[in-house]
Design a protein. Structure first.
Length: 404
């Protein structure tokens, strides 16, 4: 039998293995004779960190073989593609429609159902509306405790649903909400999770989910598979997939589920929801974005970027270099470590075009680059390029657009 084994007669109760375990999977106990010993609990991931920590070699680890892993789960019993429909204040977020659109493609390739999962309070109308976007079912959990996001009840409710219905694939937006609770769900289910995916597909033959994401600072695109565990879980970057289109009719249905009792035991209580007050448009939802980079020279020059954005009715973006220099808030950062955007028009001012920045805006419909360096990488993806000093170009653009 594979797993972590502790030879209790050899164990001296030094507890060094407990300090070495990163998952709190080891705990001490007293035998009937009063000796201190150590035992393993269900949190063990078989990482093996405790084995070299034991000074008397009382711990051994035998990892399961492929056949043993496959035997722990009936993989064939997992069916269906799930898209978590994130909502805020009763309104379904656009990233949810992107997940549904991509999920529909995956479900069709597999010949399985596409289901949306919606948590909230008084959300029946929103659940019914999701059916018009091509889902076969909507699993709805309506409870006052789920009206606003809270990590603990969301985690336990999603875990309970997955254990009950056994989906093959679970997709969640790589948003503040998705990044908070879905890794906890994956850990509880002891399955894999690929974060910040920019591409999804089904592999011919194996029918496995191919999950593509940037790796090594965005210098390569890694394709990740989860062969032996289910469900296959991914968080997907906002604005990299096309939204599902609303249809005139549907054949789906809403299934009401209950929040499990253990989800009501919360350590965190929501007291108040405060909206961030900003004078500019949210860059993720903006159709026009004007971004500034290190080429602006100093923080005060972002006033030109703000004025151009205002003249165009757009939002202000910034490169990582500008944000790291303290010239503009992180909430406006575009790129691999910031936000992914897909506007109709993206104007890059003084941005060289590092691969990490391109990963966050490369899918924009029209890209205009303004840079003094004709060899800047940004020109390789730009639809229109202006080689020149932004101090001459941008003021001229501002003047022209204000005259419209």
């Amino acid at each position: 039998m594979s797993g972590l084994k502790i030879d209790l007669p050899t164990c001296i109760g030094c507890l060094q293995c407990i300090d070495a375990c990163p998952f709190a999977a080891l705990e001490q106990f007293e035998t009937e004779s009063g000796d201190t010993k150590v035992k393993v609990n269900e949190a063990c991931t078989l990482c093996g960190a405790c084995v070299p920590a034991c000074p008397v070699e009382a711990i051994s680890l035998e990892k399961p073989s492929k056949d043993q892993i496959d035997a722990t789960q009936d993989l064939a019993s997992y069916k269906g593609v799930w898209a978590f429909a994130e909502q805020r204040r009763g309104k379904v977020c656009s990233v949810s429609l992107e997940l549904i659109g991509e999920g529909r493609k995956l479900a069709d390739k597999l010949g399985e159902e596409l289901c949306a999962v919606l948590f909230g309070h008084n959300i029946r109308a929103q659940a019914e509306d999701l059916l018009f976007y091509g889902v076969d079912k909507v699993y709805m959990v309506d409870d006052p405790l789920l009206e606003h996001f809270n990590g603990s009840p969301y985690t336990r409710t999603m875990e309970a649903l997955i254990r009950k219905h056994k989906p093959n694939i679970v997709l969640t937006g790589a948003t503040a909400v998705g990044r908070n609770f879905i890794p906890r769900v994956a850990a509880r289910l002891r399955t894999g999770l690929t974060a910040d995916c920019t591409g999804l597909d089904i592999e011919d033959g194996t029918r496995l989910l191919l999950q593509t994401r940037p790796a090594f600072g965005g210098n390569i695109m890694a394709v990740i598979r989860c062969e032996h565990y289910r469900p296959q879980m991914s968080t997907v970057r906002h604005k990299v997939m096309k939204e599902a289109q609303r249809r005139d009719s549907h054949n789906g249905r809403v299934i009401e589920e209950k929040m499990p009792d253990n989800a009501r035991d919360c350590r965190v209580t929501l007291i108040e929801v405060l909206d961030a007050m900003e004078s500019t448009i949210n860059i993720v939802e903006a159709d026009i974005i004007v971004s500034g980079g290190r080429g602006l020279g100093e923080a005060k020059n972002f006033s030109y970027i703000e004025e151009l954005a205002q003249a165009l009715g757009g939002a202000v973006g910034a490169s990582r270099a500008a944000v790291d220099a303290g010239w503009y808030p992180y909430s406006h950062q575009v790129g691999q470590t910031g936000k992914t955007v897909c506007p109709k028009l993206y104007i890059a001012v003084g941005i060289s075009g590092a691969v990490q920045h391109l990963a966050g805006m490369g899918s924009s419909k029209t890209i205009v680059a303004i840079n003094r360096d004709p060899e800047a990488p940004i020109f390789q993806v730009a639809d229109y390029g202006v080689v020149g000093d932004w101090k001459e170009v941008v003021p001229a653009m501002i003047k022209r657009f204000w005259q419209r």
